[in-house]
Ligand binder design. Structure first.
Ligand code: HEM
Length: 165
């Protein structure tokens, strides 16, 4: 169990942080908006929450997603049935960039705000910690770490993309 926690709990949070910092470096307007919000509201900033959700939508570290065995038959929109007992892959990377999402490949934290027209649908469709009884047991710890670390880093440093030599 300790090994599982080490494996499941280390790279996951670290890579998520790295990807969010990458997006903030590539989107300097978002980075400065975030910095201002952190100065006003501290680590509980709502905008920080949107930045994290958007980073995890675009770059889910469990990109391949969850694998589950069906407990009952599932009927698809076209009428096809996937029978009970089949093993299904739920590909997070593809689902979180579905065609119905406006400008799905772009980093737009505002889409998660109360005013975001797709927010409700996004909250149902984007689940980087998976769902159900075997979802991520460490998600609260991870969310807290990512929030606190980003808060400290963004207030102290400005992140920019480096030039390749
Ligand atoms: C951003 C950070 C993290 C992400 C995105 C993430 C994502 C996930 C996902 C998608 C699953 C479900 C895998 C499946 O369906 O089979 C999972 C399971 C798990 N995670 Fe995380 N995780 C993160 C951080 C952590 C941390 C910090 C810990 C522990 C300290 C942790 C411990 C676990 C464990 C033990 C499981 C297996 C739970 C079970 O099978 O009942 N994770 N994680």
């Amino acid at each position: 169990d300790i090994v599982t926690f080490m494996v499941a709990g280390h790279d996951t949070s670290a890579y998520t942080l790295s990807w969010i910092l990458y997006e903030l470096s590539a989107n300097l307007d978002v980075q400065s908006k975030l910095r201002k919000d952190l100065e006003l509201h501290g680590p509980d900033s709502k905008y920080l929450g949107y930045v994290i959700q958007e980073g995890m939508r675009l770059w889910p570290v469990a990109a391949q997603g969850s694998i589950r065995q069906l407990q009952h038959d599932v009927e698809l929109e076209d009428g096809k049935i996937i029978p009970r007992g089949e093993t299904c892959l739920v590909p997070f990377f593809a689902i979180f960039r579905s065609a119905w999402i406006d400008r799905a490949d772009e980093f737009i934290p505002e889409r998660w705000s109360e005013e975001g027209s797709q927010r409700k649908k996004l909250e149902e469709a984007v689940f980087p910690f998976s769902v159900g009884s075997r979802n991520c047991v460490g998600q609260r710890l991870a969310s807290m770490q990512i929030r606190k670390i980003l808060h400290q880093l963004i207030l102290r440093y400005e992140f920019v993309l480096g030039k390749r030599p």
